[in-house]
Design a binder for this molecule. Structure first.
Ligand SMILES: CSC[C@H]1O[C@H](OP(=O)(O)O)[C@H](O)[C@@H]1O
Length: 317
């Protein structure tokens, strides 16, 4: 099952806003339709945004103003701009060249996720942890739904499961859009991997109480010094992991490393407005007129990160 692909001249993607109740595939024919899907998180996750960006340039058919709008659809994940730029670099060569590069971006993501799974599982089973079966905590969704076929951090958990070395995944529900409750639990259930859901606030406490061997998270942008932007709640887990002496591992493709951004304070953090906080799927959870602050990401300083695993290497910030 592919989260996003190019099929008969259009983009097909799973509408993640409908999960876990329904698995619905959207066919996207225009850049503006794609921008809408990205902004409402029908397609989401840094690597998937990179592929969406590249395929979106194929939809643009040379319209550079549309390409510029696509590139700016969401600010934090560097992969969106990276994917757009990869495909846009070949606009002058014509539509076939653009599509060829976009499909290569797609195929590279599939290969990278398999490589990250192996490299991350080897790291956890090797010099980092000696446990028989490992208990993993994670936030948001970093499975195949955040990529094309297989995930980043959750891809490592999947590899551990396939090796018979996964005891459990503790998944944070990930307010306000519940990527953990809706998407990660759905993926782990389909894998047959043991897992339990926890509230975001319980994460640091469960680390302090013991019973977690490693925290695995994805990334949306990794600055040149290793500071990492990821879903809101990641920084709290990093603080809890540091105090508890639990390894805190970032798993992300090389395309998420942004050498042009020197450190975390230079990363633009998307603010998604109050509506996502005060209500969920139309059901109000706060009194009428309540305002809210809704940063979609936070930044974990590199000194709280044990290792960054990519498809090519393990980096110790
Ligand atoms: C595989 S990295 C996915 C990354 O993207 C998520 O954010 P969003 O759901 O808003 O796109 C989250 O930060 C994940 O770690």
């Amino acid at each position: 099952m592919r989260t996003i692909d190019w099929v008969d001249g259009a983009i097909e993607l799973i509408d993640q806003t409908r999960l876990p109740d329904a698995c619905v595939t959207l066919r996207v024919h225009t850049v503006d339709e794609l921008i809408g899907a990205i902004r409402r998180l029908a397609v989401r996750g840094a690597p998937a945004l990179g592929v969406a960006g590249a395929l979106g340039v194929a939809l643009a058919r040379g319209d550079r103003e549309a390409v510029a709008r696509l590139r700016a659809a969401r600010p934090t994940a560097v992969n969106l701009a990276w994917g757009v730029d990869r495909a846009a670099a070949r606009i002058e060569e014509g539509p076939e060249a653009v599509l060829e590069t976009a499909l290569q971006v797609r195929d590279d993501d599939i290969a990278a996720c398999h490589a990250m799974g192996e490299r991350g599982a080897d790291l956890l089973q090797g010099d980092l942890l000696q446990g028989d079966r490992l208990r993993i905590m994670t936030v948001c969704n970093t499975g195949g739904l955040a990529c094309v076929e297989r995930g980043t951090a959750l891809g490592v958990a999947q590899t551990l499961h396939e090796r018979g070395r996964l005891a459990e995944v503790l998944a944070l529900e990930t307010r306000p859009l519940l990527q953990g409750a809706r998407l990660t639990a759905w993926e782990l259930g389909r894998m047959g991997a043991p897992h339990r859901l926890v509230t975001d606030g319980a994460g640091p406490y469960l680390l302090a109480r013991g019973g977690v061997d490693a925290v695995l998270i994805g990334a949306d942008r990794i600055a040149a010094n290793g500071d990492t932007a990821n879903k809101i709640g990641s920084y709290a887990l990093a603080l809890g992991a540091a105090r508890a002496g639990v390894p805190f591992i970032v798993v992300a493709p090389e395309s998420t490393i942004d050498a042009a951004t020197p450190s975390g304070e230079h990363i633009e953090i998307e603010d998604r407005g109050a509506d996502e906080i005060v209500a969920f799927r139309g059901a109000r959870v706060a009194p009428e007129g309540t305002d809210a602050i809704n940063p979609a990401f936070d930044v974990t300083p590199h000194d709280l990160i044990t290792a960054i695993v990519t498809e090519a290497r393990v980096i110790r910030p």
